[in-house]
Design a protein around this ligand. Structure first.
Ligand SMILES: Nc1ncnc2c1ncn2[C@@H]1O[C@H](COP(=O)(O)OP(=O)(O)OP(=O)(O)O)[C@@H](O)[C@H]1O
Ligand SMILES: [Mg+2]
Length: 256
């Protein structure tokens, strides 16, 4: 039995003027998994997810979302994928519930009110749902934003730095939300600069560096790349941070 990958990226390249941001990105995401795309500021994470969401076009290469090519069938791709951007799409003047109802209407779904109430309950926002979103904390706003992206049940959701700018408590709330999504079978691609976030949430971790995916695997696969460090007779597994920094430094040395 073959299953269509939720996402299949081959040789994606993208430059802005002279700046080569993506230089041949390859990545597969299996359905029902959580993949973290890890990279420093400016690595090209947002550029890649904007290509997947059909907001910009790649210069070369291909990307299939649920078997559909982003360049050839953008409308179909937009039905299968929902992007929650680095900057929230929530309208602060509307209540949480109104925001959800609006998106459900835009997607021509029947019973938008029921959809909104169901999502508010799932994201523990039932009480808050009656208030304007401008009064929400950062964590509540981000949860509402993620809830909005689930309307219409897209099989793949892409979260661009879902917890950047949130305090530790709000971050934990969003992490719980993502864990619950994954448990429900939604495929999640999230970008992050936070190594701990990747460690906590992801089934597999892909490291984007200098325009390419330089490593992709489970946390254990990545840890196996470095020998365990010995500290006073206690074996310590390298943290993802050790692996990340070592890989990034190694490719920088190769490039010289
Ligand atoms: N529309 C654009 N025009 C020119 N340069 C751009 C454009 N979009 C992105 N870039 C540049 O491409 C590089 C990658 O940007 P991108 O936003 O994809 O990085 P990122 O990995 O998402 O970073 P961050 O972690 O800071 O969000 C940066 O150097 C950025 O300045
Ligand atoms: Mg970004």
């Amino acid at each position: 039995m073959t299953t269509t990958p939720a996402l299949q990226i081959r040789g994606i390249r993208k430059s802005f003027g002279d700046l080569e941001v993506l230089r041949g990105v390859d990545l597969d995401v299996a359905p029902g998994t959580v993949v973290a795309l890890l990279g420093s500021n400016g690595a090209g994470k947002t550029t890649l997810v904007r290509i997947l969401a059909t907001l910009i076009r790649a210069d070369a290469g291909s990307a299939l979302v649920d078997g559909r090519d982003v360049a050839q069938e953008p409308a179909r791709v937009r039905e299968s994928l929902s992007l929650t951007g680095q900057f929230a799409a929530v309208d602060g003047v509307l209540t949480g519930r109104e925001n959800l109802v609006l998106v459900a209407r835009l997607r021509h779904l029947s019973r938008p009110g029921d959809i909104a109430d169901d999502l508010l309950a799932r994201f523990s926002l039932t009480e808050a749902g009656r208030r304007p979103a401008a009064t929400y904390s950062g964590g509540m706003r981000r949860r509402l934003d993620i809830a909005m992206s689930l309307i219409g049940d897209p099989p793949l959701i892409v979260l661009d730095e879902p917890t950047t700018g949130l305090d530790p408590q709000a971050r934990l709330e969003v992490w719980a939300t993502i864990t619950a999504l994954a448990a429900g079978g939604t495929t999640v691609l999230l970008t992050t600069q936070l190594l701990e976030e990747a460690e906590k949430l992801a089934d597999r971790i892909a490291i984007l560096h200098e325009g390419r995916i330089i490593q992709h695997g489970t946390l254990a696969d990545l840890q196996a790349l470095l020998p365990p460090a010995e500290i006073e007779y206690v074996e310590k597994q390298p943290s993802l941070e050790d692996v990340f920094l070592s890989l990034v430094t190694a490719t920088e040395q190769d490039a010289r």
